[in-house]
Design a binder for this molecule. Structure first.
Ligand SMILES: *[C@@H]1O[C@H](CO)[C@@H](O)[C@H](O)[C@H]1NC(C)=O
Ligand SMILES: *[C@@H]1O[C@H](CO)[C@@H](O)[C@H](O)[C@H]1NC(C)=O
Ligand SMILES: *[C@@H]1O[C@H](CO)[C@@H](O)[C@H](O)[C@H]1NC(C)=O
Length: 467
């Protein structure tokens, strides 16, 4: 039995050595590749040839420690051995082809062939690309084997793109990053990466929700990884912020205000008008963050903000954000006395879309009387209504923003009112006392003067004669 297995293995070895198993290797110019296995039987003579068995000898070694490499210009100084594995550094155009490894041990030869196929990865477009320009990538083989592999591109987002190794699309921000040409055969694949730079603004949410008690940040930034040098290479002319207020009709003013302009040399924002609505630019402009921010939003911030970059030849990139500010108003006011009626309204200043809901929070657990979702009324306020009333804006399980108002409700005669009334009474009393004292003083003085006039003799006051 043991003998049988041995002879079977021998037979297989002979078949392998005669049919010459061939392995395909896909590689790019400039790459370093390793062919074959590092291990080999004891007492072996190992030979590496190019193109065919016994063709141009690239490398060999023997059990006595002898070793040599081809001296040909085509290969010089780029070959080495790791065990029986042949390593080729910095592949050149004419290094692609078939490599044959012959291992002679115990009088038997085992031969393996490696077909190294060139993969050409070409980015035909300008680099960096400006969003909107054409992105062209091709990935092709220097020689197509009988049974060709599958070739396709993976975008930075991991999506398969293009057709038969060719991509030709309009460049957008999502195309910025590493693309991979994938060569796949028999379940094995190899990726050939290419880095693509697309100058663009990062996508922003169409709406920014905030409230009169919350900060406001209006986002705008270059896509991460894009530098100002690359932007300048595309001949940037202007970077600006504009604001179009929301009109009562629900539309935006078609005469937007110009808020800021970027100094492209110093990379600092300049105010274009004095009234920039309390907005200030963030400090990380150098890393491409062009956002504006303020610590508390106001109703006057409602509107559409546009961040734009203008390049030579009238090419413009821009992002727009509609700022929605939630506000609570108390009617007639927020300071009330027991028994008064108060109406609270919570709104963004416009009709809410169907998928948005408001809900109210009140200091007491019982719900107030809800007129319609944006308005509630408390017919007679009492002690338990004193405190923070809130309103939240929800969309599909997400809280977009919330706002609060403090209702101060006091008894008809509150302690403060008593204090004020008492102090008024005391002040009045004091005034009366002062007036009385003053009156008494005057009277006393008059009496004194009359007394003095009677006593004096010399000199006599002029124009004064006693009768
Ligand atoms: C830009 O800066 C603002 C404020 O510091 C920050 O909230 C935002 O996340 C930054 N954006 C990016 C893209 O880094
Ligand atoms: C509250 O709203 C109701 C219904 O709209 C109205 O009749 C009432 O006068 C309002 N009260 C106050 C104090 O505004
Ligand atoms: C408000 O409503 C949303 C859904 O409309 C809900 O998920 C959320 O829990 C509610 N919040 C409160 C405080 O009731």
């Amino acid at each position: 039995m043991k003998n049988f297995i041995q002879s079977l293995l021998l037979l297989i070895a002979v078949i392998v050595s005669t049919t010459g198993a061939e392995e395909e290797i896909y590689a790019k110019e400039g790459e370093t590749i390793a062919l074959g296995s590092t291990s080999y039987p004891a007492q072996s003579y190992v030979y590496w040839y190019f193109e065919k068995k016994d063709g141009h000898q690239l490398a060999w070694f023997n059990p006595l420690g002898g070793k040599a490499f081809s001296n040909d210009e085509k290969w010089k100084n780029r070959l080495s051995l790791n065990g029986a594995s042949l390593i080729i550094k910095n592949l050149q155009k004419d290094n692609f082809g078939t490599f044959v490894c012959k291992i002679s041990a115990g009088g038997r030869d085992s031969i393996t062939a490696f077909k190294v196929i060139q993969v050409n990865v070409i980015e035909k477009s300008a680099s960096p690309l400006l969003s909107g320009e054409r992105l062209s990538l091709t990935c092709s083989l220097g020689s197509v084997p009988q049974n060709p592999p599958e070739i396709y591109w993976l975008s930075p987002k991991g999506n398969r793109e293009g057709n038969k190794g060719t991509v030709s699309i309009t460049a957008r921000s999502e195309h910025h990053g590493q693309w991979d040409c994938v060569v796949k055969k028999n379940g094995k694949e190899k990726k050939f990466p290419v880095s693509v730079t697309v100058v663009d603004l990062a996508p922003v949410p169409s709406h920014q929700y905030t409230s009169t008690v919350s900060p406001l940040t209006i986002p705008c930034s270059l896509i991460p990884g894009v530098t100002w040098d690359q932007v300048k290479k595309k001949e940037i002319e202007e970077v600006q912020w504009h604001f179009a207020p929301k009109l009562s009709s629900g539309t935006f003013s078609d005469n937007p205000e110009h808020l800021f302009s970027l100094d492209l040399e110093k990379l600092t924002w300049k105010k274009v008008q004095d009234n920039v609505k309390g907005l200030s630019p963030v400090y990380n402009i150098k890393i491409g963050n062009l956002s504006l921010t303020k610590s508390k939003a106001t109703v006057g911030d409602r509107g559409r903000y546009t961040c734009s970059m203008k390049f030579k030849n009238d090419r413009t990139l821009k992002t727009t954000v509609d700022v929605v500010v939630l506000e609570i108003i108390a009617h007639p006011r927020a300071e009330l006395i027991y028994g008064q009626q108060v109406n609270l309204s919570c709104s963004t200043g416009e009709q809410l879309p169907n998928d948005m809901k408001l809900n109210w929070t009140s200091p007491k657990t019982s719900s107030p009387y809800i007129l319609y979702p944006t308005h509630i009324t408390v017919p007679e306020v009492g002690k338990e209504d004193n405190g923070k009333w809130g309103c939240e804006l929800w969309q599909g399980g997400n809280k977009l923003t919330s706002v609060e108002i403090l209702l101060k409700i006091e008894p008809r005669l509150s302690v403060w009112m008593l204090v004020i009334i008492c102090s008024a009474a005391v002040i009045l009393l004091l005034l009366l006392v002062l007036a009385f004292i003053h009156y008494r003083r005057r009277k006393q003085k008059m009496r004194l003067r009359r007394h003095r006039l009677c006593q004096c003799k010399n000199p006599k006051p002029k124009g004064f004669y006693r009768t």
